[in-house]
Design a binder for this molecule. Structure first.
Ligand SMILES: Nc1ncnc2c1ncn2[C@@H]1O[C@H](COP(=O)(O)O)[C@@H](OP(=O)(O)O)[C@H]1O
Ligand SMILES: [Mg+2]
Ligand SMILES: [Mg+2]
Ligand SMILES: [Mg+2]
Length: 356
């Protein structure tokens, strides 16, 4: 008899614990961000002690909670810059942050050396791929939002045989009340959301401080005139002109809601808006950790995430996603209309760019 399908319950519980602890570390750093906490990576994108600390912490918690299993992690950061001369103080601070966060939890009796922290960060060097299980981690997605004091997310997913089977998004600054509605935004609302999804089992949201989870669902809006859409806050990450042309074609009335990070997938999963549009500038290659957790959070809530050609996102190709121009997300009713609007806006863009 064939083995029953894996339920991934134990893995989801470990992922929730890891992401929640990492969120605690990040919240502490965001409150008292020092100039020396921020570095620049080789591609000039920012990275902070919290990105490194979060990656080390998630890697350690997963390994400790799931000790009997082989462990593969595809994660954004590596220790290269931290091993260079002049980084000793930064490494010391990261190590203290990780140890303090672990001891604040009370269930781990671990005290890590600086070398342990470097090794934990570097356990994220896996290439992923179509076979076996691979954790996929963005220790802080939306580092630019994190630095501005805005939205960011700790995004953790699990691939099994090339498919995302669970995902957790910890969004420490995301209001529990809907975003993108001016009536509710003016109220002082509680912030800190944890989304979790397991294949075939739906998506749940709870507060990061531990309220019971409740099931969420994407918006059931059918008329685009009633829909609102999310996109990146950073114009460098997504072509705002193109999304606005798509929205106009669809008949969307509301202005875009611009927020950082995969918090966009979470807000969509609970029905705050109906559409997420992401069109990077030419030549940019999307990484799997920027979408794996968000993708299952929104699809298990009834949404659909595809590239601009309507193909499902394929997480089995290694560290990068292979895509046809851009990522679009919405509900099943709006997807055909959205795909038409996307195709026609993309064609217009090509025509206007080509010489007569
Ligand atoms: N030129 C670019 N185009 C598209 N995405 C980019 C980009 N430069 C960086 N990014 C990605 O955009 C992510 C943030 O997405 P968003 O715009 O939705 O907040 C970044 O994640 P990190 O913050 O983890 O580095 C980074 O991986
Ligand atoms: Mg990211
Ligand atoms: Mg990141
Ligand atoms: Mg980054």
């Amino acid at each position: 008899m064939a083995a029953p399908p894996a339920s991934y319950e134990k893995e989801l519980a470990a992922a929730r614990k890891a992401a929640s602890l990492a969120a605690r570390l990040c919240q502490g750093v965001q409150k008292s961000l020092l100039q020396s906490d921020v570095q620049s990576k080789a591609d000039r994108s920012p990275v902070t002690v919290a990105d490194y600390g979060s990656q080390a912490l998630v890697s350690l918690v997963l390994k400790t909670e799931l000790s009997s299993e082989s462990f593969s992690l595809v994660a954004e950061e590596d220790s290269g810059d931290l091993r260079k001369d002049g980084s000793q103080e930064t490494l010391r601070r990261i190590t203290n942050l990780v140890n303090d966060t672990l001891s604040s939890d009370g269930t781990y009796n671990l005290s890590l050396s600086e070398e342990d922290v470097l090794v934990a960060i570097d356990s994220g060097k896996s290439e992923g791929g179509p076979h076996g299980r691979h954790w996929v981690l963005d220790p802080i997605d939306g580092t630019k939002g994190f630095l501005r004091g805005d939205q960011y997310a700790i995004a953790l997913g699990l691939l099994d045989e090339g498919k995302v089977v669970l995902g957790v998004l910890a969004c420490p600054n995301l209001p529990l009340a809907p975003v993108g509605h001016s009536e509710t935004e003016s109220l002082a609302t509680k912030v800190g959301c944890l989304f979790s999804a397991r294949i075939g089992a739906g998506t749940y949201m709870q507060s990061l401080d531990g309220s019971p989870p409740s099931k969420v669902h994407v918006s059931n809006i059918e008329n685009p005139a009633d829909a609102s859409f999310f996109e990146s806050f950073e114009a460098a990450h997504s072509l705002h002109d193109l999304s606005s042309s798509i929205a106009t074609k669809l008949g969307v009335q509301a202005p875009p809601v611009r927020i950082d990070s995969q918090a966009k997938y979470g807000t969509l999963a609970r029905g705050d808006g109906a559409i997420y549009l992401r069109f990077p500038h030419k030549g940019y290659r999307e990484k799997i950790w920027d979408h794996a957790a968000g993708c299952i959070v929104v699809t298990e809530a009834g949404g659909i995430a595809t590239d601009a050609a309507g193909n499902a996102l394929d997480f089995s190709k290694g560290r990068y996603l292979d895509l046809d121009t851009g990522i679009i997300v919405t509900n099943a009713k709006l997807m055909p209309l959205l795909l038409n609007a996307v195709q026609s806006s993309l064609e217009e863009k090509v025509q206007s760019a080509s010489p007569l």
